[in-house]
Design a protein around this ligand. Sequence first.
Ligand code: TYD
Length: 206
Amino acid sequence: MTGLFIAFEGGDACGKTTQARRISELLGAVFTREPGGTEVGESLRELLLDAETPLGFRTEALLMAASRAQLVEEVIRPNLESELHVVSDRFLASSIVYQGYATGLPLNEVRDLSIFATNGLLPDLTILIDLPVDLAMRRRTEMPDRFESEASAFHEKVREGYLELAETAPEKWVVIDGSGSLEQVSSRVDDAIMNHLKLVLGNSSS
Ligand code: TYD
């Protein structure tokens, strides 16, 4: 038995960080985020999000993967092996969507790079908080980082990329409508996780 690994994904300002933290507390899970979550990962995060630091697309993909590799080795895998649940605010799908679908690097190469980084580890469940781009843009409050500064066409590709990924593996993904009040979105997320847990527990006892 290992802990359950849940990743939250979605476009910028979709509300997934709030949901990821809430669910992590509810499950008594270890919470982490990407890029970041370790000492080297947080340094990489600063470079990656700083809109002033020139960064080629391949360098960006490699640094995202490097941050992920360290996070898996130092935090995610050891905790799962100690039977603790882990909730991550973003994981491998962020790279496929941002560096692949939106930036244009070949999807299979980005996926392979990430799988090398995680040594094959994938989430048990990925929760996608889906929100139309114009709604998300209206929710933004802080100075835009490197990715938030992108034009809305970029964010449309991010949204479409996520929806396509979720469609290809429906047993591992749940798509949540991120519009409406915090209470509404929270109850959708709770229901989705409960249903998934019932499924997992049902399968393990049969
Ligand atoms: P963050 O502030 O965490 O954004 P959010 O609050 O919307 O999650 O910034 C992370 C940014 O990094 C986000 O714009 C997506 C981007 N990103 C990638 O491009 N590739 C990746 O693999 C990851 C993990 C994040």
